[in-house]
Unconditional design. Structure first.
Length: 183
C-alpha cells in the first residue's frame, strides 16, 4: 500500500488504479475530478491542483493508518448491507454485485469471501461466507445482501451490527490465505 501511495504522485496509471479503490461517498467529487484530470493527460508534476488533490488523498490515508489503523484493502468492496427480501439466500451466504466508476459492467462475486463491518475491531467481527449468484437479486448493485434466514442475523455477529445503513466490506482474501473459519 505504501508503495502505491508514493507511486501515485508520479505515475498516472498507478494513480488511476489507486483512486478507483476510494469510496466516493466518503470523499465526494474530488476523486472523480482527479481521475478525470489524469485520464485527460494532466500529470501531478505539471499541474499543481492535481498534485494537491493526490497529496490530500495520500495524507488522508497515512493519517487513517496512523490514527485508526484503517488499512486500504485494494480489491475489497465496501457497501451498505441490506436484507434479502426474497428469502432465497441460505443462512451462510451473501449476494454481492458491484460496479466501480471505472467499470463498464457490474461484477457478481462467487465463492468463499471474507466479510466484515466497519469497524472490525475483533477477530470475531469477521466472517467467512459464500458469495452466490441469485438471478432474482441482480437488480441490487453496490450493496451486500445478507440472508433473512438463520438462527441469528449475520450482521449482528460482526461488531454487533444491524442493517441500518452501516458499511460492510467483502473480499476474496479467504482464497488467498486459505482461511477456513473465523469464530
Amino acid at each position: 500500500m505504501i508503495t502505491h501511495l508514493e507511486s501515485m504522485t508520479v505515475d498516472n496509471e498507478d494513480a488511476i488504479k489507486f483512486l478507483a479503490n476510494f469510496d466516493t461517498n466518503e470523499i465526494g467529487s474530488s476523486v472523480k475530478i482527479a481521475t478525470s484530470m489524469l485520464r485527460a493527460g494532466f500529470t501531478p508534476i505539471t499541474n499543481f491542483f492535481l498534485a494537491g488533490l493526490l497529496a490530500l488523498f495520500r495524507e488522508r490515508l497515512f493519517r487513517d493508518v496512523v490514527n485508526r489503523s484503517k488499512l486500504l484493502v485494494e480489491k475489497a468492496v465496501t457497501a451498505i448491507g441490506v436484507m434479502d427480501e426474497t428469502g432465497l439466500l441460505d443462512p451462510e451466504s451473501i449476494f454481492v454485485q458491484f460496479q466501480r466508476p471505472s467499470m463498464s459492467c457490474p461484477i457478481i462475486l462467487r465463492g468463499k469471501v471474507l466479510v466484515g463491518r466497519n469497524p472490525s475491531l475483533h477477530l470475531g467481527d469477521l466472517r467467512t461466507l459464500t458469495a452466490v449468484d441469485i438471478p432474482a437479486l441482480r437488480h441490487l448493485v453496490n450493496v451486500i445482501v445478507f440472508p433473512q434466514r438463520g438462527e441469528r442475523p449475520l450482521p449482528s455477529m460482526m461488531s454487533g451490527g444491524d442493517l441500518d445503513g452501516g458499511k460492510c466490506w467483502v473480499d476474496d482474501l479467504c482464497n488467498i490465505f486459505k482461511i477456513t473459519h473465523f469464530y
